[in-house]
Design a binder for this molecule. Structure first.
Ligand SMILES: *Cc1c(COP(=O)(O)O)cnc(C)c1O
Length: 382
């Protein structure tokens, strides 16, 4: 039964914190700048109007720059999970290999099963990554027609070597690599064309620092050819349809018009910064975060980083706390000081915290967060 609605609920508006920009470090949704939020106040236009066509054409240019592709970039009015499902429904035929190293890899695996595919999960420990050798070996043992991989595993802060995995998939015959780069694209180098990714996608609310509700993906010609014969691809996430409509500079269905206004402004801001500078800013934030953990250890506070050196994501760090320290208590203590970070994800909830140093944040803002975090974890027993 539904729980009864409480009459004494607190005022919703009072529940939304009013903080200056730079204090919200969730690994998604990420903080959205005022300029981008304000763009959503523009009046509605029809989705078959000339104004929409002009807007759509201009969004294409910005999105292709972000994805480093000459192919069309599809945009769906859904969160990124929608494109996880689209990837499988359009890109898999029968048997899927899911590379799982955390919560989102696990989700990809479960979606494959839920869509009716045979699927095997190739699991490595949380924080670890999948090497090309692991993939070669798995593809040798059994026939798969699609492989799912999470580029930046937001639950653990691990970065899978997608370029190398794509090379491995290319060397196998007729295997589609379906890449979830939801917390990657916009914050870490992704070369959709140069790496020949079959399908790669992201969501609006991670490193692109937009409100949630949009997702974007690029399909290689190879994947599109596969999609044309995929019988279970449905309607709403039919990539063949997306391809046809992008060519006309129109959305297939009524899109979230206001979110497209926000995207329009954010793509201009990204172009002004340049995609490469954005990647570099994320690397600088991540390196500062890792160095800070080292400094804390030298001072006697045994913090750790779940992902090993060399396989850490530039957009999110998953910190391990010493035994006896409660991760939810650390998150709450920071919240009391006006800072938002992520709790650990799934099985890691009690023992880890996550900092989403992604989107529009700067090293200076991160530094201030780390000062506050240092005070919180530095208090009490060592
Ligand atoms: C956030 C996230 C998703 C899913 O995103 P939704 O937008 O909530 O559907 C999938 N994969 C990764 C790696 C993510 O970080």
């Amino acid at each position: 039964m539904m729980p009864p609605l409480r009459a004494d609920r607190p005022d919703k508006r009072l529940m939304i914190p009013r903080q200056p920009f730079g204090r919200f470090f969730l690994p998604g949704p990420t903080e959205v700048s005022a300029e981008v939020l304000d763009a959503q106040r523009r009046p509605m236009i029809g989705h078959r109007s000339a104004a929409m066509e002009v807007l759509f054409a201009s969004l294409q240019l910005g999105l292709r720059a972000v994805f480093r592709t000459k192919r069309p970039v599809y945009s769906a009015t859904s969160s990124a999970t929608g494109l996880m499902e689209a990837a499988l429904r359009n890109g898999a035929r029968r048997r899927v290999l899911a590379l799982v190293n955390g919560g989102f890899g696990e989700r990809f695996y479960r979606i494959a099963l839920a869509c009716g595919f045979e699927a095997d999960a190739l699991r490595v420990a949380p924080g670890q990554v999948h090497t090309p050798e692991l993939l070669v070996d798995a593809l040798r043992r059994r026939d798969y027609d699609a492989v799912t991989v999470v580029h930046s595993e937001t639950s653990t802060g691990a970065l899978n070597p997608v370029a190398a995995l794509a090379q491995t998939a290319r060397n196998a015959s007729d295997v589609m690599l379906l890449v979830d780069s939801v917390s990657g694209i916009g914050g870490v180098a992704v070369e959709s064309d140069a790496w020949q990714l079959d399908f790669v996608f992201t969501g609006s609310q991670k490193a692109l620092a937009l409100p949630p509700g949009l997702s974007f993906g690029v399909a290689h010609e190879r994947l599109l050819a596969r999609a044309r014969s995929a019988r279970g691809r449905g309607i709403y996430f039919d990539l063949v349809d997306f391809e046809a409509f992008v060519g006309r500079h129109q959305p297939p269905h009524t899109p979230a018009v206001s979110l497209y206004y926000a995207l329009d402004v954010q793509l201009e801001r990204i172009a002004a910064e340049t995609v490469e500078a954005r990647w570099a800013r994320h690397t600088a934030m991540a390196e500062r975060c890792w160095a800070w953990v080292d400094e804390m250890r030298e001072r006697g506070f045994p913090l750790g980083i779940l992902a090993p050196i060399g396989y850490r994501s530039p957009t999110v760090t998953c910190l391990t706390l010493p035994a006896g320290r409660s991760a939810p208590a650390v998150v709450a203590a920071l919240a009391a000081r006006g800072w938002t970070i992520g709790a650990g994800y799934g099985d890691l909830a009690a023992t880890t915290i996550r900092i989403g140093h992604m989107g529009d944040h700067t090293v200076a803002e991160l530094e201030a967060l780390l000062d506050a975090l240092g005070e919180v974890v530095g208090r009490g027993k060592r």
